[in-house]
Design a protein around this ligand. Structure first.
Ligand code: SF4
Ligand code: SF4
Ligand code: F3S
Length: 266
């Protein structure tokens, strides 16, 4: 309890802010406990009260004071076309802010599929050249927490692990924490017995849909998607997309926005 809280600087690039929306709904641990008791969230231009020069001054102050000891959390990504002009923060391109804050960070968390892979704003033809964080920052450990958005408890779980053990979680080859991304949605899906029995929904709202059959034939990407939705679920463990009747769109996988679309098949 007397240990100083680790400063976290949370930046926002090209994104929709739903990673933050997910985070604030964490139930275990509660987001308020993470923010008020576990970390010191010293900069987050979405959540902080201050704005403008005051906010940017805090960013500089924390970077100077906690050089090498703060965690950089990134939601969204930098667009690189037109010298970064498609995302301006504090009057400057976001890519400059990202590089500046990354320089003395202890580690970087890439929240969501935007920061991890590019996501919908990087969809072909990617007019702004939206680029994932690891293709801009090369000299820092980066933990990817993909998903559009990631599950709230996965986000707070990653932070809790890092603070409790003072180390990075074990990562897979793509840089995702193994504890949450080592299994496919399909591996633990409650509709899996129907898949194994060859019982499929053939079209939405058919008899199979009403009986809760497997959604593979209506596009479910659960067999190729690594995430914790079928075990941790959403909204404090209440449900997840497949339970709501729609197949997984693979939102935590690299390239899902192009590879999973009709466009990719043309
Ligand atoms: Fe929004 Fe998805 Fe990007 Fe998160 S990963 S900021 S939910 S578009
Ligand atoms: Fe697999 Fe999707 Fe069918 Fe579930 S609904 S068993 S994840 S294909
Ligand atoms: Fe995304 Fe599939 Fe989970 S669409 S929210 S990874 S079930």
């Amino acid at each position: 309890e007397t240990k100083p809280r680790t400063p976290v600087l949370w930046l926002h690039g090209l994104e929709c802010t739903c990673c933050s929306e997910s985070f604030i709904r964490s139930a275990h641990p509660l987001a308020k406990d993470v923010v008020l008791s576990m970390i010191s969230l010293d900069y987050d231009d979405t959540l902080m009260a201050s704005a403008g020069h005051q906010a940017e001054a805090i960013l500089d102050e924390v970077m100077e004071k906690y050089k090498g000891n703060y965690i950089l959390a990134v939601e969204g990504n930098p667009p690189l076309n037109e010298d970064g002009m498609y995302c301006i923060i504090g009057g400057k391109p976001f890519v400059d802010q990202l590089k500046k804050v990354a320089k003395d960070a202890k580690a970087i968390i890439s929240w969501g599929s935007c920061a991890s892979y590019g996501c919908v704003q990087a969809a072909r033809p990617n007019p702004t050249r939206a680029t994932p964080v690891h293709e801009v920052i090369f000299d820092k450990p980066i933990i990817k927490v993909p998903g559009c958005p990631p599950i709230a408890e996965v986000m707070t779980g990653v932070i809790t692990y890092m603070l409790t053990f003072d180390r990075l979680p074990d990562l897979d080859r793509q840089g995702r924490p193994k504890m949450f991304y080592s299994q496919r949605i399909h591996d633990k899906c409650y509709r899996r017995p129907h898949f194994d029995a060859g019982q499929y929904v053939e079209s939405f709202d058919d008899e199979g849909a009403r009986k809760g059959y497997c959604l593979y034939k209506v596009g479910c990407k659960g067999p190729t998607t690594y995430n914790a939705c079928s075990t941790v679920r959403w909204n404090d463990g209440v449900s997840f997309p497949i339970q709501a009747g729609h197949g997984c769109i693979g939102c935590s996988e690299d390239g899902f926005w192009d590879k999973g679309s009709w466009y990719a098949r043309l």
